[in-house]
Design a protein around this ligand. Structure first.
Ligand code: ATP
Ligand code: MG
Length: 599
């Protein structure tokens, strides 16, 4: 392609709309253009990158025996009502939904479990058809609360999503293992540095979920890992051993005045105690899908924080107790939300594990009792400090027993950097930022059971299909590559996903020999399968060099002074090293470099 004929517009200045390097660079280099919030046009250079990423994804998926298909983006509400996700996804606001001219409700696909399960319900009859794995590469729609960072969090983005069906968990695990390997290959071949981490698998539980994280400061996820390489998990999921608690100095139980000590810090200061000797009680307000409001009182050690993802998982487990299927929202009950249910003002900052249920107004949609949960960190505490349920007062030297009942013990603690690893307490957890590029998930029978997608087992019984799902963000991956690989002058594309391999720059269009040599090289390289651009614009050499660096093409060929010796200058974008190469050896040299870079 000739730059003179391309839609090629680069910007010298950073666009105001972009915060992180990759977003700035993709805009400046003319790869993408913002059309609306979280909605981008993929311009020709970007589209080539996306096609290359997709090609790698396809090759790795096909190699596992998965089959490509294309599912509809317009999805009937009924399917989502069967799975129970229509209301939750609408309440969360993530689902773009619309009505057709007959007044029927439709959603724009944010993901395709429902659709694929409906296909499986209709078409899979027998264990003989299993296992089966279908995937697609398609635009997804999600009305994200905070679309940002360009393609990283779009409201319309490209995803490869795959769904596998099995007769048993063993077969699912086998495919899951293959996907783990395929995703590892996809990211490695795309030239990314990444880490596979244990991920939250929601209320479904089990150990079957991993995220593939590209490590970068701009990442929206936090990864906790150990240096021995044996443990890495999303902070949402991570488990670890908290620091040991200090022995409490209080030996007798009594109520103490603690004026204005409504924070852990103030309390520690006033009582001269350690935060690990405090039982902190955090009040949450949970809304279930049937509209039921439940007040959840979580007791946790004073130095620790609640992991709300773990909390939601615990609440999902007890949804049936409230005649609900799932939890819609969980939030700290603040002064404002309390007015919806509290019979009298709560002693916020002084709550005890035995906060009286009579504080809850009798209302049909409000559970009459607190759901009390005790994080594991408080179970063993002795002579602890906790709220006395009266403003400006705390209990000291308290113990679990008849007056302070220890609630159901759960793990809702947020692991943090510095915690001791569960597999080896001498290893301390470290933290890193990650961009979630892929997510593989052992779903089990959640969707097949809900939609009635069953198959006949070898014994002739009807059983729900066992499922897995596997997603990789194609457009997010492409931008993550830039986030990981750039310098002050622009993008440094990994060769495997660069829009072009080489760019031939003619420094001076007025020099016929330069033009002639460049035209010939341009032809020869393309003919040899080296994807090549020709910068034949009537611009100063400095502008051309700057642009070639900005757009990040791996190899720049310059038809300059050395032409007299039958040579051209070749500059590697990654390290800017320049070498003079005889024109006769150019094709072979570039081919060898590309082959070496694209492993
Ligand atoms: P996140 O936690 O970042 O919102 P997710 O867990 O909701 O992502 P999945 O449903 O697991 O995402 O989707 C699979 C992949 O699709 C993700 O790993 C990510 O690479 C990509 N993806 C998800 N949401 C977006 C988005 N808004 N923009 C671009 N890519 C996305
Ligand atoms: Mg995910």
């Amino acid at each position: 392609m000739r730059l003179s004929q391309m839609l090629f517009v680069t910007l010298r200045e950073d666009p105001a709309e972009a915060e992180i390097p990759s977003h700035k660079l993709l805009l400046r280099a003319g790869y993408i253009r913002r059309i609306g919030s979280g909605v981008y046009a993929y311009l020709p250079l970007m589209w080539r990158v996306l096609k290359k990423v997709t090609q790698i994804v396809r090759e790795e998926m096909d190699a596992t025996g998965a089959q490509e298909c294309l599912l509809p983006q317009i999805q009937p509400a009924e399917l989502w009502q069967e799975s129970g996700r229509w209301d939750t996804y609408k309440a969360e606001g993530i689902l773009f939904n619309l009505k057709d001219r007959q007044g029927r409700e439709l959603g724009l696909g944010p993901t395709h479990e429902e659709v694929i399960t409906a296909v499986a319900r209709d078409m899979i009859r027998s264990y003989r058809q299993l296992p089966l794995h279908l995937y697609q590469v398609q635009t997804k729609f999600r009305d994200e609360i905070r679309p940002r960072f360009g393609l990283m969090r779009g409201r319309e983005f490209i995803m490869k999503d795959g769904y596998s069906f099995h007769s048993d968990v063993e077969s699912l695990k086998e495919t899951y293992g293959q996907m783990y390997q395929a995703y590892t290959n996809i990211l490695r071949r795309s030239g990314l540095t990444f880490r596979a981490v244990e991920a939250d698998s929601g209320a479904i539980g089990g150990s079957g979920s991993h995220e593939f994280m590209v490590l970068a400061d701009a990442g929206e996820d936090e990864v906790l890992y150990t240096e021995d390489g044996k443990y890495a998990a999303n902070v949402e999921k991570a488990i670890a051993l908290p620091p040991e608690a200090v022995a409490s100095a209080f030996t007798t139980g009594e109520v103490k005045d603690t004026p204005n000590a409504n924070t852990i810090e103030a309390l520690c200061q006033q009582l001269g105690c350690d935060a690990t000797t405090i039982v902190k009680n955090v009040l949450y307000q949970a809304t279930f899908d049937n509209g039921q409001l439940v007040l959840v009182l979580v007791s946790i050690r004073g130095d620790q924080a609640v992991n709300e993802v773990k909390l939601v998982n615990e609440l999902s487990k007890v949804a049936a107790d409230y005649k609900a299927k799932t939890v819609l929202t969980v939030a700290i009950a603040d002064t404002e939300t309390q007015s919806q249910w509290a019979a009298s003002p709560l002693p916020v900052g002084y709550l005890g594990p035995d906060l009286a249920d009579s504080l809850i107004q009798a209302k049909p949609n409000v559970a009459p009792k607190f759901l009390r949960l005790a994080d594991q960190t408080v179970v063993e505490l002795k002579n602890f400090v906790t709220g006395a349920n009266t403003p400006h007062q705390h209990l000291v030297g308290a113990n679990w027993g008849s007056s302070l009942t220890l609630a159901k013990a759960v793990d809702v603690r947020k692991a943090t950097a510095g915690d001791r690893a569960a597999h080896d307490p001498t290893q301390l957890l470290k933290t890193a930022r990650g961009i979630e590029i892929g997510h593989i998930f052992q779903l089990g029978t959640k969707y097949s059971a809900a939609l009635g997608a069953t198959f006949a087992t070898e014994q002739g019984e009807e059983s729900p299909l066992v499922m897995g799902c596997y997603g990789v963000g194609v457009s997010r991956l492409a931008q993550a590559a830039v986030e990981q690989s750039h310098d002050k002058d622009g993008i440094i594309w990994p060769v495997a996903i660069a829009p072009y391999h080489a760019i031939v720059v003619i420094p001076n269009l007025k020099e016929a020999t330069q033009v002639e040599a460049a035209e010939q090289i341009y032809q020869d390289l393309n003919a040899a399968g080296i994807e090549t651009l020709l910068d034949d614009r009537d611009e100063r050499p400095g502008v051309k060099f700057k642009d070639s660096e900005l757009i990040g093409i791996p190899y720049r060929v310059v038809t300059g002074r050395s032409l007299a010796q039958g040579k051209v200058e070749v500059v590697k974008r990654a390290d800017k090293t320049a070498v003079e190469i005889p024109i006769t050896e150019l094709v072979a040299t570039l081919k060898a470099w590309i082959a070496e870079a694209v492993q």
